[in-house]
Ligand binder design. Structure first.
Ligand code: ZN
Length: 193
Protein backbone atom coordinates (compact mmCIF):
# COMPACT_ATOMS: atom_id res chain seq x y z
CA UNK A 1 0.00 0.00 0.00
CA UNK A 2 1.08 3.54 -0.74
CA UNK A 3 -0.35 4.96 2.44
CA UNK A 4 2.57 6.90 3.60
CA UNK A 5 2.66 10.59 3.31
CA UNK A 6 6.03 11.86 2.08
CA UNK A 7 6.44 14.23 5.01
CA UNK A 8 9.82 15.62 4.03
CA UNK A 9 10.64 19.28 3.55
CA UNK A 10 10.72 19.05 -0.26
CA UNK A 11 7.16 17.67 -0.35
CA UNK A 12 5.86 20.44 1.91
CA UNK A 13 7.65 23.08 -0.17
CA UNK A 14 6.08 21.82 -3.39
CA UNK A 15 2.65 22.21 -1.78
CA UNK A 16 3.58 25.69 -0.62
CA UNK A 17 4.56 26.72 -4.15
CA UNK A 18 1.18 25.49 -5.43
CA UNK A 19 -0.52 27.64 -2.77
CA UNK A 20 1.55 30.60 -3.97
CA UNK A 21 0.29 30.05 -7.53
CA UNK A 22 -3.32 29.78 -6.35
CA UNK A 23 -2.86 33.00 -4.37
CA UNK A 24 -1.32 34.78 -7.33
CA UNK A 25 -4.27 34.09 -9.58
CA UNK A 26 -6.74 35.09 -6.85
CA UNK A 27 -4.92 38.38 -6.41
CA UNK A 28 -4.88 39.11 -10.13
CA UNK A 29 -8.67 38.94 -10.21
CA UNK A 30 -8.84 41.82 -7.71
CA UNK A 31 -11.81 42.57 -5.46
CA UNK A 32 -15.32 42.59 -7.04
CA UNK A 33 -15.58 46.27 -5.94
CA UNK A 34 -12.56 47.12 -8.08
CA UNK A 35 -10.23 47.61 -5.10
CA UNK A 36 -6.76 46.18 -4.94
CA UNK A 37 -5.99 43.15 -2.82
CA UNK A 38 -3.35 43.53 -0.17
CA UNK A 39 -1.57 40.74 1.62
CA UNK A 40 -3.35 39.81 4.88
CA UNK A 41 -2.20 36.30 5.75
CA UNK A 42 -3.70 34.28 8.58
CA UNK A 43 -1.30 32.97 11.20
CA UNK A 44 -1.55 29.19 11.52
CA UNK A 45 -0.02 26.52 13.74
CA UNK A 46 -0.65 23.39 11.72
CA UNK A 47 -0.32 19.94 13.27
CA UNK A 48 0.59 16.57 11.83
CA UNK A 49 3.40 17.73 9.56
CA UNK A 50 6.32 16.23 11.43
CA UNK A 51 9.66 17.80 12.15
CA UNK A 52 10.48 18.91 8.59
CA UNK A 53 7.56 21.29 8.18
CA UNK A 54 8.95 24.55 6.72
CA UNK A 55 8.34 27.88 8.46
CA UNK A 56 6.11 28.97 5.53
CA UNK A 57 3.47 26.77 7.15
CA UNK A 58 3.07 29.32 9.93
CA UNK A 59 0.50 31.19 7.83
CA UNK A 60 -2.26 30.73 5.28
CA UNK A 61 -2.11 33.03 2.27
CA UNK A 62 -4.96 35.52 2.24
CA UNK A 63 -5.81 39.03 1.01
CA UNK A 64 -7.85 42.02 2.01
CA UNK A 65 -9.37 44.72 -0.23
CA UNK A 66 -7.70 48.11 0.26
CA UNK A 67 -10.82 50.19 -0.35
CA UNK A 68 -12.50 51.92 2.59
CA UNK A 69 -16.04 50.70 3.05
CA UNK A 70 -15.24 47.36 1.45
CA UNK A 71 -12.19 45.70 3.07
CA UNK A 72 -13.48 42.37 1.85
CA UNK A 73 -11.28 39.39 2.58
CA UNK A 74 -10.31 36.99 -0.20
CA UNK A 75 -8.78 33.68 0.79
CA UNK A 76 -7.63 31.56 -2.14
CA UNK A 77 -7.98 27.76 -2.22
CA UNK A 78 -5.17 25.81 -0.60
CA UNK A 79 -3.48 22.45 -1.02
CA UNK A 80 -2.11 22.76 2.53
CA UNK A 81 -4.99 23.80 4.78
CA UNK A 82 -8.50 22.34 4.84
CA UNK A 83 -10.60 25.32 5.91
CA UNK A 84 -9.86 26.28 9.49
CA UNK A 85 -9.00 22.80 10.61
CA UNK A 86 -5.82 22.67 12.65
CA UNK A 87 -4.35 19.63 10.96
CA UNK A 88 -2.82 19.75 7.51
CA UNK A 89 -5.23 18.72 4.75
CA UNK A 90 -3.02 15.82 3.63
CA UNK A 91 -3.01 14.39 7.16
CA UNK A 92 -6.81 14.59 7.39
CA UNK A 93 -7.13 12.67 4.11
CA UNK A 94 -4.52 10.09 5.02
CA UNK A 95 -5.53 9.30 8.59
CA UNK A 96 -9.20 8.93 7.67
CA UNK A 97 -8.23 6.66 4.77
CA UNK A 98 -6.07 4.47 6.99
CA UNK A 99 -9.11 3.61 9.13
CA UNK A 100 -10.51 1.82 6.07
CA UNK A 101 -9.19 -0.73 3.65
CA UNK A 102 -8.17 -4.36 3.88
CA UNK A 103 -6.11 -3.86 7.04
CA UNK A 104 -7.41 -0.82 8.92
CA UNK A 105 -4.88 0.87 11.16
CA UNK A 106 -5.86 1.23 14.77
CA UNK A 107 -6.72 4.62 16.22
CA UNK A 108 -3.99 4.30 18.83
CA UNK A 109 -1.37 3.78 16.15
CA UNK A 110 -2.62 6.73 14.10
CA UNK A 111 -2.63 8.93 17.19
CA UNK A 112 0.96 8.05 17.82
CA UNK A 113 1.99 8.70 14.22
CA UNK A 114 0.16 11.99 13.70
CA UNK A 115 -0.64 13.30 17.15
CA UNK A 116 -4.42 13.47 16.59
CA UNK A 117 -6.59 12.20 19.44
CA UNK A 118 -9.48 9.74 19.17
CA UNK A 119 -12.20 12.39 19.08
CA UNK A 120 -10.45 14.35 16.35
CA UNK A 121 -10.06 11.26 14.19
CA UNK A 122 -13.75 10.43 14.76
CA UNK A 123 -14.72 13.93 13.54
CA UNK A 124 -12.68 13.45 10.38
CA UNK A 125 -14.57 10.22 9.70
CA UNK A 126 -17.88 12.10 10.07
CA UNK A 127 -16.59 14.70 7.64
CA UNK A 128 -15.75 12.11 4.98
CA UNK A 129 -18.77 9.84 5.56
CA UNK A 130 -21.54 12.37 5.95
CA UNK A 131 -20.48 15.85 5.02
CA UNK A 132 -18.14 15.67 2.04
CA UNK A 133 -20.42 13.49 -0.18
CA UNK A 134 -23.18 16.12 0.19
CA UNK A 135 -21.11 19.05 -1.01
CA UNK A 136 -21.84 20.77 -4.30
CA UNK A 137 -18.15 20.33 -5.14
CA UNK A 138 -18.27 16.55 -4.85
CA UNK A 139 -21.52 16.16 -6.77
CA UNK A 140 -19.87 17.77 -9.79
CA UNK A 141 -16.26 16.65 -9.36
CA UNK A 142 -17.11 13.01 -8.87
CA UNK A 143 -18.07 12.64 -12.53
CA UNK A 144 -14.54 13.64 -13.58
CA UNK A 145 -12.93 10.72 -11.77
CA UNK A 146 -12.15 7.52 -13.59
CA UNK A 147 -12.69 4.94 -12.26
CA UNK A 148 -15.77 6.02 -10.38
CA UNK A 149 -14.96 6.49 -6.74
CA UNK A 150 -16.91 4.55 -4.13
CA UNK A 151 -18.54 6.95 -1.69
CA UNK A 152 -18.63 4.27 0.98
CA UNK A 153 -14.85 4.19 0.99
CA UNK A 154 -14.03 7.89 1.07
CA UNK A 155 -11.33 9.10 1.32
CA UNK A 156 -9.50 5.81 0.72
CA UNK A 157 -11.05 5.59 -2.75
CA UNK A 158 -9.60 9.03 -3.54
CA UNK A 159 -6.13 7.82 -2.66
CA UNK A 160 -6.70 4.82 -4.91
CA UNK A 161 -7.74 7.10 -7.75
CA UNK A 162 -4.84 9.54 -7.47
CA UNK A 163 -1.91 7.54 -6.12
CA UNK A 164 -1.70 4.90 -8.80
CA UNK A 165 1.64 5.88 -10.29
CA UNK A 166 5.13 5.39 -8.90
CA UNK A 167 5.61 8.91 -7.66
CA UNK A 168 3.78 9.59 -4.37
CA UNK A 169 4.75 13.29 -4.43
CA UNK A 170 3.02 13.70 -7.77
CA UNK A 171 -0.04 11.72 -6.71
CA UNK A 172 -0.49 13.68 -3.50
CA UNK A 173 -0.02 16.93 -5.36
CA UNK A 174 -2.79 16.07 -7.81
CA UNK A 175 -5.13 14.84 -5.10
CA UNK A 176 -4.70 17.97 -2.98
CA UNK A 177 -5.18 20.19 -6.03
CA UNK A 178 -8.36 18.29 -6.83
CA UNK A 179 -9.68 18.91 -3.30
CA UNK A 180 -8.56 22.54 -3.06
CA UNK A 181 -11.95 24.08 -4.05
CA UNK A 182 -13.44 22.79 -0.78
CA UNK A 183 -10.86 24.67 1.27
CA UNK A 184 -12.53 28.04 0.84
CA UNK A 185 -15.77 29.29 2.35
CA UNK A 186 -18.94 28.96 0.31
CA UNK A 187 -19.27 25.24 -0.19
CA UNK A 188 -18.09 23.28 2.79
CA UNK A 189 -18.40 24.85 6.22
CA UNK A 190 -15.34 23.02 7.38
CA UNK A 191 -14.75 25.40 10.24
CA UNK A 192 -17.82 24.03 12.00
CA UNK A 193 -16.37 20.57 12.24
ZN1 ZN B 1 -13.30 45.58 -2.28
Amino acid sequence: MYHDLPRDASFWLVLFSIDQDLAKSARQKACPCGGRLHCANYPRKPRGGGKDLPEEYGYRLSFCCDRDGCRKRVTPPSVRFLGRKVYLGAVIVLVAAMRHGPSPRRVAELSRLFGADRRTIARWRVFWDEYFPQTAFWKVARARLVPTVEIALLPLSLLDAFLRGDDPHEGWKRLLQFLSPITIAGDVKIELL
